[in-house]
Design a protein around this ligand. Structure first.
Ligand code: ES4
Ligand code: ZN
Length: 326
């Protein structure tokens, strides 16, 4: 209980949160009513009952259905603001939010409505909650390279509203090399780069995210331990992994938390962090991820401090903000 209070009180950065994955069933139904969107679920309970996943794809199908209620700038604001209130309660002081513009623009929602609603919530989080908040635009990897280029083009007038690009959605069969050119174009704009790799996919996808996409962090990366040479590189170059323990259990990447490898990643000297991924779907926000993982793996205060320090080191915060929490 003392450790749980310590974890709760510790300032931390969240670096792997899909803002569409923070949409709670209650808000999905509220927005469906507000926007007169018909949902294939009768009630909040009916929707929640569908949250039984066997792998990444079985989750993504429901996640994209949930996002269908988001139509107007105010909807994106309300979603992100609800997340920031929840993050504040967990003492998250810096957050980098992934968003998936293609999930919305493909339904006819203007790119500006998405990014302006999210950015307004970020600015308000800074001013009213003291949370430094940034946006990372993710390309959906199950869609084409051409579609990703169209999205980057739509984003160009909004270049000052987000700090980087990422790569998410169905990993296996959609390797990093598919997006090598679009990531090069994004880096030309001065954007940072991250990518999901080694969640379900092989260690080679982590190599390719580093060498072909030149990413600064790997999202998930838990499959890295299958390749000792890769582990050595991640350690020596201090390439961060944004690990999401409850997500990995819900999507059956590990059988249970006691089998999760984050303790081993830390013992091997990797810059691992703990994050919530899609907290409305996977059973918990930041502190829930910490507390359940620490309990299952019998980790202690030393690991909590390392994980919090890693989260600031891995962040795209300014040097001044990083120094505040070093
Ligand atoms: C995601 Cl857990 C996960 N993996 C890949 N893409 C995603 N998008 C939202 N959650
Ligand atoms: Zn993710």
């Amino acid at each position: 209980a003392a450790l749980n209070r310590f974890i709760q009180a510790m300032p931390k950065a969240e670096l792997h949160i899909h803002i569409e994955g923070s949409l709670e069933p209650e808000l999905i139904f509220e927005l469906a009513r507000r926007n007169q969107v018909k949902l294939p679920y009768a009630s909040v309970e009916d929707l929640r009952a569908a949250y039984a996943f066997t792998n990444l794809q079985s989750f993504l199908d429901i996640y994209y259905a949930g996002a269908s209620v988001l139509l107007h700038e105010a909807d994106f604001f309300d979603m992100a603001w609800a997340y920031f209130l929840r993050a504040k309660a967990d003492n998250v002081v810096h957050a980098e939010l992934f968003f998936d513009p293609q999930t919305h623009t493909d339904r006819g929602v203007p790119f500006a409505a998405v990014i302006d609603g999210l950015r307004r919530a970020c600015d308000r989080a800074r001013n009213e909650l003291g949370i430094q908040a940034e946006l990372i635009l993710c390309f959906l990897r199950h869609l084409s390279e051409e579609a990703a280029f169209t999205t980057l083009q739509q984003a160009r007038p909004h270049r000052d509203k987000f700090v980087g690009v990422g790569l998410d959605s169905s990993e296996v069969g959609h390797p990093p090399e598919k997006f090598q050119r679009v990531f090069a174009a994004a880096r030309e704009l001065g954007l940072r780069a991250v990518a999901h790799a080694g969640e379900e996919g092989p260690p080679q996808y982590i190599w390719d995210a580093l060498d072909l996409l030149q990413v600064q962090r790997i999202d998930h990366g838990v499959q890295a331990l299958r390749d000792p040479v890769l582990v050595q590189r991640l350690r020596e170059q201090r390439i961060p992994l944004t690990v999401c323990p409850l997500s990995n259990i819900k999507l059956c990447v590990f059988g249970d938390l006691a089998q999760h490898n984050i303790g081993e990643l830390l013992r091997q000297g990797l810059v691992a962090t703990i994050n919530s991924d899609d907290p409305a779907y996977f059973g918990g926000y930041m502190n829930q991820n910490f507390v359940e993982t620490f309990d299952a793996l019998q980790l202690g205060a030393a690991e909590a401090i390392t994980l919090a320090r890693n989260s600031f080191e891995a962040s795209f915060a300014t040097h001044a903000d990083k120094a505040r929490y070093a």
